[in-house]
Structures are given as structure tokens and as C-alpha cells.
Design a protein around this ligand. Sequence first.
Ligand code: SAH
Length: 244
Amino acid sequence: MPIEKILIAKNGKKFYVKDSSKDLHTEFGYIRSADLKSKDGTVLKTNTGKELSIFSASFIDSYRRIRRGPQTVSLKDIGIIVAETGINKKSKIVDAGAGSGALACFLANIVKEVTTYDIREDFLEIVKKNIEFLELKNIEAKNKSIYNGIDEKNIDLITLDLPEPWMAINAAEKALKHGGFIISFSPSIPQTMDFVNEINKSPNFVCLKIIELIEREWELEERKVRPKSRMIGHTGFLTFVRKI
Ligand code: SAH
């Protein structure tokens, strides 16, 4: 079951309601179960008088609460994958490794179908729990090495987030449609180098670009306006490849 409702304070602090048949306890006191059934936009008061607005949770609210095992692809990096490939409700996607299933689940929410591969059964358990939690029906998780071949055909996008992405190139070539994309995510440059050098040897692929996305958040309080002193320094490098 996904998250039911969100309660949000004026300072942006959020509370997640998984089961509105129970009272919700927060650091600002509690809200009674009966109040949790109020209509969206209602301002509720905790027993200590703190005001919290309530609304129904969206996909992204539940997504932020998925289980995390292996390091997941961050939202900023998912954003550019979606934007640069233009994937949509007609798209078929293959993803490896599944890891926590974060990238695969996010994509499944916007495309036709996703198949995600992983060699670790214990990680696939996490992935399956996340698929159930988000109530996604168009995603399959397979216990298989993507280096040994991709069963699916006519694929629009293959996302790779694993240690040796170059070892998936042959399988990707057979599974992708012409004009289809591979996007490889690697935390470090040696993997990116080996992947791109291998892609460049193939007459059937073109490497479009290698990027790193840096997100810097700002704080704004009256006239105190400046970048936050802490930021996420580095996630990984994204390599965009197209089958020709
Ligand atoms: N993108 C994922 C995280 C992937 S972590 C997310 O957003 O949640 C990397 C995963 O690759 C690990 O779970 C690892 O088991 C898997 N992996 C490593 N080699 C693999 C292979 N040959 N085929 C499929 N998965 C592989």
C-alpha cells in the first residue's frame, strides 16, 4: 500500500500517513485518526496547537519512502534521463542492475513497460517490495546477469548502473531498436572511460555526451539569500549513447 496522506507544516516539514485508521504522532504532538480523514487542503491542529495542512499523497510522496538497499540513482539524474530521451507512455525500457529498484520504479510510473535485471536475489526482494508498495503493474524484476543477454526486443532505452557497463554492450545492441538509447551511470571516471572506449569501437553506436549534473540549493530568508553551505557533492557521470 502506498502512502495515503501527507501533512505539511509551514516550514516544509512533512509527515507521512500510511494508515489513517490510526492516530498520527509527530514531534509537534498528535493528530486524531478522525481528523486524518479530512478533505485535502484542510488545516489540522495537533493536540499542542501546531497547524499542519493535509492532502492526498502523490506518486512522488510514496516514492520518497521506498526501501533502500544499494545506492539509488538520484532524482536530479533521473530527471535528465527522462528529458534527454523523451521516453513516454509508449516506451519499453530495460534496466540493470535493479539494485533497490529506484530508477526502474520511477521510470515504470511514466512509461509502458520496464524490465529490470539483477544478479542478487536479496536485492531483488527489496525491488519486489518497492514495486508492491508503489502498486506498479508494468514492471518485471528478473534474476539474471544482463551481461548474458537481454530477452526483450525493440527496446527504447536501456539504463545501466552496474560495475562493468561495457560488458552489456553486445546484449544492448541486439535488444535496442534503431535510435534507441543506452544511458550508463557510473560513480567514477575509469568505468566511464572503459564504457565509452568500447562504445566507440562499435559501428552501431554513437556516444552523444558524457555529463555530470551538479545541483546547488539556495536558502532565502528575507534578505539573506545565498547557496546552502552543504550540498550533494557528487553522484555520478551519465553517458548518453544512441544505436544507429
Ligand atoms: N539503479 C539502481 C541501483 C543499482 S546498484 C537503483 O536506482 O536502485 C547496482 C546493482 O547492479 C547491484 O544491485 C548489483 O547486484 C547489480 N549488478 C551487478 N552486476 C550485474 C549484472 N551483470 N547484471 C545485472 N545486475 C548486476
